[in-house]
Write a protein that binds this ligand. Structure first.
Ligand SMILES: *[C@@H]1O[C@H](CO)[C@@H](O)[C@H](O)[C@H]1NC(C)=O
Ligand SMILES: *[C@@H]1O[C@H](CO)[C@@H](O)[C@H](O)[C@H]1NC(C)=O
Length: 411
């Protein structure tokens, strides 16, 4: 297959190739003992009693990314989305200091549940991520590769940033996903590129984050290229819920497409809004697994800026009405998050969100130790659905209904 994307001046082609090679090296360099802090490794793992398969809830993997100054934000989000079934990989990019990453690992390690279930890991050896450049794709692929290696149980990967917050409890999310085919991918996408065709895909950018170890911004090369014809470009929200089979396809498969596209997107601005969309919609075996929605609530300013608006109390009703699973963006300690904690997650100030798995003591017994309700537990295969779960389920059922799903796939 002849691809126009390779008709670049020699230096640029060399650059593109070098950078793609670096991404691949980054992907395969890490193992559990190299760069990932396995919090709790010196403790004996408990027998979790995790059951999988028909009749049992699925398992999620979470890739939670943040930067310097966001240790507490990331920890709060972790507690809000925590469930012993799941696996969590926390990443603070190179905008953070070693002491911040150490602090995050220590804070995780100081929680009995996290240590007992050994299902929270922290990326210790970090790297630079410029979310406007392809290094954000490299980071996500790295997170997926690590999670695929260290946990054989998860069914879906959910990507979150430190500015996100859940609108449903994990019990509710597990409940809604229990009845879904495990190969579905929630990925917002369109091939209607509009202004992006020229601004994003015809311009060539170079993201120094891929080979430097300090924060840097992508820059645009003077040369342009025409939009490729060998594949169709799709674009959409950078936040998604991807199935394990699809991520194995991206990370491990011998199929050439994910790697070819990685080379192309190495020079595309906001690659995180196009890479996975383009891979999935150009892969016949995965096209039919797409659900065209990211299950997130956010609002844009008018005219839209680079990021959606920060949400606050005045948005609470609309957040609930949206039936979404997550909302973004929130500033640290935004008061509306406390409302979400109390009304939806039943999360005590410093504790993890309450679930059916917690063995809740009665109020009198528990007294002042409200934070400790989940420090002992019972069956982690049992979940209890609540109102928020019903809302999300009605949205998801609409999205996956035969007709709606086909109408919106990779168009
Ligand atoms: C995907 O769906 C289309 C339309 O229903 C169908 O023609 C095609 O065979 C399906 N592809 C796969 C791999 O199942
Ligand atoms: C809350 O958000 C709304 C709409 O997004 C905005 O107009 C308002 O100024 C915000 N309020 C505060 C206190 O930040």
């Amino acid at each position: 297959m002849k691809m126009r994307l390779f008709k670049l001046s020699p230096w640029l082609a060399t650059m593109a190739f070098t950078v793609a090679a670096i991404i691949l090296v980054v992907l395969f360099r890490y193992s559990r003992n190299d760069g990932i802090w396995d919090v709790g490794q010196e403790f004996e793992a408990v027998s979790t009693g995790l059951q999988k398969g028909p009749g049992y809830p699925p398992v999620f993997a979470y890739w939670i990314s943040g930067t310097g100054g966001e240790v507490r934000k990331v920890l709060r989000l972790l507690k809000a989305v925590y469930h012993p079934r799941n696996h969590y990989l926390l990443h603070l990019d190179a905008g953070s200091s070693v002491s911040e990453r150490t602090e995050l690992a220590q804070l995780v390690q100081s929680e009995k549940i996290f240590v007992s279930f050994r299902n929270v890991d922290v990326v210790g050896k970090t790297y630079v991520v410029d979310r406007t450049g392809p290094s954000a794709v490299a980071a996500t692929l790295h997170g997926a590769a690590v999670l695929l290696r260290i946990n054989k149980n998860w069914d879906w990967l959910i990507t979150l940033s430190s500015s996100d917050y859940p609108l449903v409890s994990q019990d509710d999310l597990l409940y809604v996903f229990s009845s879904l085919p495990r190969d579905l991918n929630f990925i917002d996408h369109t091939s209607d590129l509009g202004w992006k065709e020229y601004e994003r895909f015809d311009k060539i950018i170079v993201d120094p984050s891929l080979y430097l170890d300090r924060n840097s911004h992508s820059f645009t090369a003077t040369e342009t290229r025409s939009t490729p014809e060998a594949f169709k470009i799709f674009t959409g929200s950078p936040w998604m819920i991807l199935s394990r089979p699809f991520l194995e396809h991206c990370v491990h498969s011998w199929d050439n497409l994910p790697r070819k596209l990685l080379m192309y997107f190495t020079n595309v601005a906001y690659a995180m809004e196009s890479y996975f969309q383009t891979v999935i919609c150009n892969s016949p075996e995965f096209q039919n697994t797409t659900v065209n929605n990211d299950l997130r609530y956010f609002i844009w300013d008018n005219p839209p800026k680079l990021d959606p608006l920060f949400l606050n109390q005045s948005n609470y009703k609309d957040m609930i009405k949206s039936r979404a699973a997550f909302a973004r963006r929130f500033v640290e300690d935004e008061p509306v998050l406390q409302v979400v904690d109390q009304k939806i997650l039943k999360r005590p100030t410093n504790g993890v969100a309450l679930g059916k798995w917690c063995s809740v003591l009665s109020k009198e017994q528990n007294g002042e130790n409200a934070d400790d309700q989940c420090s002992s537990w019972s069956d982690i295969n049992a979940i209890k659905q609540k109102k928020a779960g019903k809302r999300l389920k009605s949205l998801v059922l609409e999205l996956v209904s035969d007709q709606k799903m086909h109408e919106n796939q990779c168009k």
